[in-house]
Design a protein around this ligand. Structure first.
Ligand SMILES: Cc1cc2nc3c(=O)[nH]c(=O)nc-3n(C[C@H](O)[C@H](O)[C@H](O)COP(=O)(O)O)c2cc1C
Length: 371
């Protein structure tokens, strides 16, 4: 094992000082090596977007209403015919065995306990079939387009056969972002962390580039997915299909026109292009562009129940939680993730109680100001 492999010595009881997602972040920082920390906590370039993901939420205030009727209070939301008890899902995150020997299965155990939907990454360190078999409520599968349509179709059909309930196709990372923090820390994926979902797929033959052409623009990007590929995926996908990584109203409209069933407004947690806007800042325009019916989810920067509240107010139907559950996983495995999910649930309930919004439908744009 190298110093980049997963650590041991996970907490078996939750100490009193861990009461928020921020506390788990600090605890995880003490427990992880510098390279692994850079890999999970870092963002692209100068991390402008990473910071903005937080400052944009912090800049919003909640306007409370008094004396509301809570006799029918409820945090439930309906997505694609299923009731979710709470408007929070587990974002797809690669290589979770980097943080805990049970990886995705530890996160999933917490999701099962809290009846929270888990979104399995294409790059999970656990086979998609194993995750589906261990899911006590249907999970969703996050799909990255593969080098060939045959491989993409194989992955899609494996996910459908395994019992996933929705497909999330991630569109914002045709190439990796320039993550300078990771480069400086010298992180590389340890050889013992597997990527079983794609291990059987032949890598693409290298493109013969004309002299003087760009490896990025004429090489990788020439083979990157296009709208016609999304259309093709729509035609072959028998499940609700969501696009992840949308930041512009025009792309949101085009996704809807392509027949997608939902959109995830995301900047990949600030890990792709530095300089992208905070998702909460573009959410109202995207909601306006697609109308009120299309399910809109949001991630990037969710750290508090009040952040979930603000996202719901500005047009999201639910949110995805990213890094914070990795920090909880690295601290206390499934117990830590379950504890964190419980914290966020309670924080949202308290925000609803003290702002006079008894259910998700009542959290409307008039509940926040400052956007
Ligand atoms: C270490 C790491 C790995 C990730 N892997 C994936 C992935 O495999 N697929 C994907 O669609 N998004 C991936 N994401 C992005 C998350 O799904 C999500 O958009 C992001 O973490 C949300 O921002 P937050 O971490 O600020 O909550 C990854 C994020 C991190 C931090």
């Amino acid at each position: 094992m190298t110093n980049q492999s997963q650590q041991t010595g996970f907490l078996e009881n939750i100490p009193v000082h861990l009461v928020s997602a921020g506390d788990y972040e600090q605890e995880a920082r003490q427990r992880l090596s510098d390279p692994v920390w850079a890999q999970i906590a870092g963002g692209a370039g100068d991390e402008l977007t990473l910071r903005k993901n937080r400052s944009a939420f912090d800049a919003l205030d909640i306007i409370p209403r008094l004396l509301a009727d809570f006799r029918q209070a409820d945090t439930g939301v309906h997505l694609f015919g299923r009731r979710h008890k709470f408007p929070l899902l587990i974002a797809p995150i690669a290589h979770q065995q980097l943080l805990h020997p049970q990886g995705e299965l530890a996160t999933l155990a917490a999701a099962n306990a809290l009846e929270t939907t888990f979104i399995a990454s294409t790059l999970a360190s656990t086979p998609l079939e194993t995750i589906a078999a261990e899911s006590e409520q249907p999970s969703w599968f996050q799909l990255y387009f593969q080098p060939t349509r045959e491989q993409t179709l194989d992955l899609l059909q494996r996910a459908e056969a395994a019992g996933y309930e929705a497909i999330v196709v991630t569109l914002d990372a045709p190439i990796s972002g320039l993550r300078n923090r990771v480069q400086r820390a010298g992180f590389t994926l340890p050889a013992h962390i597997p990527t079983p979902n794609t291990a059987g797929y032949k890598p693409p033959a290298p493109r013969n580039l004309a002299p003087g052409s760009s490896v990025i623009l004429n090489g990788f990007m020439a083979d990157a997915p296009r709208w016609e590929d999304l259309q093709w995926l729509r035609e072959h996908c028998n499940l609700p299909l969501l696009a992840k990584g949308v930041l512009s109203p025009a792309d949101a409209e085009q996704c809807r026109a392509t027949g997608l069933d939902g959109i995830i407004v995301s900047n990949h947690g600030g890990r792709t292009l530095d300089g992208l806007p905070a998702t909460i800042d573009v959410l109202p325009a995207i909601r306006a562009a697609v109308g009120n019916e299309l399910p809109l989810l949001l991630d990037s920067g969710i750290r508090r129940g009040t952040d979930i509240f603000k996202a719901l107010a500005l047009g999201a139907d639910a949110v995805l939680l990213g890094r914070p559950y990795l920090y909880a996983l690295a601290t206390a495995g499934a117990l830590g993730v379950a504890h964190l999910l419980r914290i966020l649930r309670e924080e949202l309930e308290i925000a609803m109680a003290l702002s006079g919004r008894p259910d998700i439908r009542s959290i409307q744009p008039d509940a926040v100001t400052g956007s």
